[in-house]
Design a protein. Structure first.
Length: 322
């Protein structure tokens, strides 16, 4: 245990914290120091995250000593991360922080946080002390567009339709999140105005008005299936070569000629991409697990990079394809 990296989790009762715990309990280089949840303090972790029964005897805590951990994962609601950090002046300078909320994702409000998309900012992440973990829709859509952006090929309008699982809305029940409404049902929301648009546009360097994004609520628990298309002057072979070259060093993002479905990536940290050319339009399909590559898995990937570990440590997961 002496050689392991000790971590703490703030806001430990939600979906992202539950997935983070599932990954870190089995991570070869990690020891979990504390898991914070004010509303569950004193309760066993497994009272909330029942999928971890038999794997941990930890309990939630309300108080903790930040000096006892090397890294801190912030899994609280959007807005709470900034409040927490501003209210804790004694945060150790050596401690590394990974925020899974959206508080520090935008350049204007980053406050020293590095945007944590490894396929875009790997070198910066490796030298960072503070990481703003990307949003789930943002991850899937950015990975669909980054190769084109790298060659300044996003010159026309971009059309995106992306459907997400119910876990993307968080653990607290909502009118559009409970089973009776969500089952056998789909709906659109935040059309052209989704909060992830800003971070997408900052990464691919296009104005928000250029991306026509239709988010869709899906009637399944987890996963994001995104399709994006835009005008493209080259051939399919040229596009495939561009994407394959861009992601040749990526640990979890792969270009495939197979038709995609969600079950190929659910329960993994992968992003799979598929390209088609229809007349003058390039169609890019991007699929991820919203709780893993779209949240907790990517947070662990960033953690590994920050501490100089194998990028795949704790993330060798098989998809639940059947």
């Amino acid at each position: 245990m002496a050689n392991k990296i000790k971590i703490g989790i703030i806001g430990g009762a939600g979906y992202t914290a539950g997935e983070l715990l599932r990954l870190l309990i089995n991570h070869p280089n990690v020891e979990i120091g504390f898991v914070h949840s004010s509303s569950n303090a004193g309760n066993r972790i497994t009272d909330i995250h029942e999928g971890l029964i038999g794997e941990t005897d930890l309990t939630f805590v309300d108080s903790f000593d930040l000096n006892t951990v090397d890294a801190l994962f912030l899994c609280s609601a959007h807005g709470d991360s900034r409040t927490f950090l501003e209210g804790n002046a004694a945060i150790p300078a050596r401690m590394k922080i990974i925020d899974l909320a959206m508080d520090f994702r935008h350049k204007a409000t980053a406050d020293g946080f590095v945007y944590g998309l490894p396929e875009l900012n790997k070198a910066a992440i490796q030298h960072a002390n503070k990481i703003a973990n990307p949003g789930c829709f943002a991850t899937a859509i950015q990975l669909a567009l980054l190769p084109l952006a790298s060659k300044k090929l996003l010159k026309n309008e971009i059309h995106v339709n992306a459907i997400t699982g119910a876990t993307g809305a968080g653990v607290k029940p909502t009118a559009t999140g409970h089973f009776a409404w969500r089952d056998n049902n789909i709906s659109i929301y935040k059309v052209f105005e989704h909060q992830h648009l800003k971070e997408i546009c900052e990464s691919v360097e296009v104005p928000e008005a250029q991306i026509n994004f239709i988010p869709v609520r899906g009637n399944f628990p987890r996963g994001i299936f995104a399709t994006a298309y835009t005008k493209y002057d080259g051939t399919l072979d040229e596009a495939t070569a561009l994407y394959t070259d861009y992601y040749k060093e990526a640990a979890f993002t792969f270009v495939t000629d197979k038709n995609l479905d969600l079950k190929q990536v659910v329960n993994t940290n992968k992003c799979l991409l598929h390209l088609e050319l229809h007349r003058d339009k390039l169609l890019i399909t991007s699929v991820i697990d919203n709780l893993l590559k779209g949240a907790s898995g990517q947070a662990v990937q960033n953690f590994n990079l920050m501490f100089g570990l194998d990028e795949k440590a704790g993330l060798n997961l098989k998809s639940s394809a059947f």
